[in-house]
Design a protein around this ligand. Structure first.
Ligand SMILES: NC(=O)C1=CN([C@@H]2O[C@H](COP(=O)(O)OP(=O)(O)OC[C@H]3O[C@@H](n4cnc5c(N)ncnc54)[C@H](O)[C@@H]3O)[C@@H](O)[C@H]2O)C=CC1
Ligand SMILES: O=C([O-])CC(=O)C(=O)O
Length: 311
């Protein structure tokens, strides 16, 4: 199985690294516009093979899309990350043009591929990729909810002082500091609702910390995060390539689900070899429904902003 990752920067290279050492794909192509950069990252990752014991072939190329031909999955991480104090939405001006040209080039060589969108603002870039290519909606998947859910589970694990892997929880809605919705009511510690262990105040703090999880790391690091984002992309790619049919919160095109239409937004999906195989329309309570509608309005407004950026 072949995966191409466009953008060999922090997230792209980390994702290539995790895909390789977990043996998720037999071939990974890293592509970047910076001369020699992807080649260097690929060689460095390949030189881990004997110590960590993997056989994935990793190659790096500078803007040579012919080497990406017949990729089963293409991950798009090309574009700029935010700096401290910025929102993801402020990246739209530069990243929209990059994403549009990248997906056009990709489809010339891999017309049947499934695209995983990472570049921010991710919900908007997912919508842009869908609309500009006309691909079927099952083949364009935005990565955000899985990362937000990992952060949610981490903050819950810290509050409970219990292992994160014993905790389930999901974040839906937009992948933005104010648009994501950690579903605290449904989070559980080995099947037991966390509401039995944590006070409402603590749960509200966990939700607030989750929502600004990316901004907190950007403030600490000076650029946005990459270890957890790279691992989240690899998890998603694994579910596609190995047809695992995991339920993962992803940004996908909705047509009536959650009362929304014509936007890409984070909802629970079954992810398998066909990409998005099903959207799980879970029952939200009235408060969650109102938050989802507000989130959807904000996501829709960004899609409107695309028009001025691309003309
Ligand atoms: N959806 C999510 O959950 C997350 C999204 N991100 C987003 O992912 C993107 C990448 O972040 P980082 O890897 O930290 O940035 P980075 O700056 O480390 O890497 C981006 C790479 O893209 C390359 N690039 C730029 N234009 C290109 C083009 N036209 N073709 C090929 N390569 C090109 C750059 O040369 C650079 O190497 C950002 O937009 C960031 O906001 C980051 C973390 C999580
Ligand atoms: O915070 C950012 O800008 C990058 C991102 O989407 C994340 O780490 O969640």
């Amino acid at each position: 199985m072949k995966v191409t990752i466009v953008g060999a920067g922090n997230v792209g290279a980390t994702c290539a690294d995790v895909i390789s050492y977990r043996g998720i794909a037999s071939e990974v192509v890293l592509l970047d516009i910076k001369e020699g950069f992807a080649e260097g990252k690929a060689l460095d990752i390949m030189q881990c093979a004997t110590d960590t014991g993997f056989n994935t072939r990793v190659i790096g190329v500078t803007n040579d899309y012919s080497k990406t031909a017949n990729s089963d999955v293409v991950v798009v991480t090309s574009g700029i990350p935010r700096k401290p104090g910025m929102t993801r939405e402020e990246l739209i001006g530069i990243n929209a043009g990059i994403v549009k040209s990248v997906v056009e080039n990709i489809l010339k060589y891999s017309p049947e591929t499934i695209i995983v969108m990472v570049s921010n603002p991710m919900d908007t870039m997912t919508y842009l990729a869908l609309k500009s290519t006309g691909l079927p909606k099952n083949r364009i998947i935005g990565m955000g909810g899985i990362l937000d859910s990992s952060r949610f589970r981490t903050y819950l694990s810290l509050a409970l002082d219990k292992p994160a892997n014993d905790i389930s929880g999901m974040v839906v809605g937009g992948h933005g500091d104010t648009t994501m919705i950690p579903l605290t009511r449904l989070a559980a510690y080995n099947g037991i609702p966390v509401t039995q262990f944590l006070t409402e105040d603590v749960l509200q703090k966990v939700a607030a910390d989750t929502m600004v999880g990316g901004a907190t790391l950007t403030g600490l690091l000076g650029t946005s995060a990459w270890y957890a984002p790279g691992a989240s992309v690899a998890f998603l790619v694994d579910s596609i390539l190995n047809d695992q049919k995991r339920m993962i919160a992803c940004s996908v095109y909705v047509e009536g689900e959650y009362g929304q239409n014509d936007i890409c937004i984070g909802v629970p999906c079954i992810i398998g070899k066909n990409g998005v195989e099903e959207i799980i329309d879970i029952k939200l309570d009235d408060k969650e429904k109102a938050l989802f509608a507000k989130s959807a309005d904000a996501v829709r407004a960004m899609n409107e902003a695309l028009k001025s950026v691309l003309t």
